[in-house]
Design a protein around this ligand. Structure first.
Ligand code: COA
Ligand code: MG
Length: 302
């Protein structure tokens, strides 16, 4: 059977770090243009107080029109479908041509379809090519977790699932702990579902600003689960996250060795350095090399 999934590690935009910036803060939006995040989320939702929602739309629109984000991806996080604010968020920001939208608190495929319907309608109204608008969804409600496969199967324009632990905890009545054990099931489910549907998986927010070692450890565990990137909320977190979600020199060297050895052993399993290498190991190595290439760490077409 032919596997028709897209290959997220090879053909998607690099999204190791996704920096959230309050949409009503011109100062922080300006600052974001100087920071090394792969993607910038200009936030209209949780970082903005209800009384600032209207001005935040204008601030975000102007930031998109006037600031130079360089190669950083520019995403707008909308308010959730059920707030009734989403359509106006889209109408005000779409003419400023963001690279895509983050839709929060997506609980069902119908809700995603409704939100995308609004984006599609306005985009067509102003003559924007739909293929130029990426959609990323936050899975952060109990129903969103239960409906993961249907949401992930939405197809184009959906590119990534993002795991929101704190809103999920509020929805479920979980008690959050630094161990993240209470969110292990949904956190793993988001990464697994993303892989099943050829999407990127972006991991939870690390809320502390003063503990780089714990942040690095949380990144590492996210990678072990299959995450390809992580949300960040402060400049000090970006480089730690970029490093964690880029393959290390040792991983790249090992992957090159495996791929080269596999080319010399086209038939089935073989032994390398005292370990068995078979097709899944070669595929993992190819994934490492694809991520290395995307991060600019490997230039030749190895
Ligand atoms: N994006 C861009 N710049 C940011 C930033 C962010 N998320 N967080 C902090 N900065 C800037 C500050 O403006 C400051 O720059 P300046 O001195 O040039 O003004 C510098 O980085 C250092 O910031 P610091 O003083 O340590 O933090 P703060 O007290 O200004 O802000 C937070 C702390 C948590 C309020 C801030 O990091 C923030 O707003 N984070 C995003 C929150 C968010 O979006 N939440 C929703 C998604 S979960
Ligand atoms: Mg939230």
């Amino acid at each position: 059977m032919v596997d028709e999934r897209r290959q997220p590690h090879t053909d998607a935009v690099l999204r190791r770090s996704l920096l959230f910036v309050p949409g009503d803060s011109r100062r922080k939006l300006e600052k974001a243009t100087t920071l090394p995040a792969d993607s910038i989320a200009l936030d209209l939702e949780d970082a903005v107080a209800p009384e600032h929602k209207v001005t935040a739309r204008q601030t975000v629109r102007e930031a998109l029109q006037t600031l130079h984000f360089g190669k950083r991806e520019r995403l707008v996080r909308l308010n959730a479908w059920r707030t009734g604010l989403l359509a106006e968020d889209v109408r005000e920001t779409l003419p400023a041509r963001p690279d895509g939208y983050i839709i929060p608190k997506v609980s069902s495929a119908d809700e995603l379809a409704a939100a995308w319907g609004v984006i599609r309608e306005y985009a067509q109204g102003v003559g924007i090519d739909l293929s130029e608008i990426a959609v990323l969804v936050l899975i952060e409600t109990a129903r969103g977790v239960l409906n993961l496969p249907a949401i992930a199967a939405f197809g184009s324009p959906l590119q990534a699932l993002i795991f929101g632990a704190d809103d999920l905890a509020a929805d479920v009545g979980m008690i959050r702990t630094p161990s993240n054990l209470e969110v292990l099931y949904p956190r793993a489910a988001v990464a697994l579902t993303a892989a099943a549907y050829g999407l990127q998986a972006i991991d939870l927010v690390f809320p502390r600003l003063d503990d780089p070692e714990a942040l690095a450890a949380e990144c590492q565990f996210g990678r072990q689960l299959g995450y390809t990137g992580k949300m960040v909320i402060h400049p000090s977190q970006i480089e730690i996250v970029n490093r964690a979600f880029s393959p290390s020199d040792e991983e790249i060297a090992q992957a090159l060795r495996i791929v080269q050895a596999a080319a010399a052993h086209p038939a089935g399993a073989f032994a390398l350095d005292g370990r068995m290498v078979d097709e899944p190991i070669v595929k993992q190595a190819q994934g490492v090399l694809a991520r290395a290439r995307a991060a600019g760490l490997l230039t030749e077409s190895a």
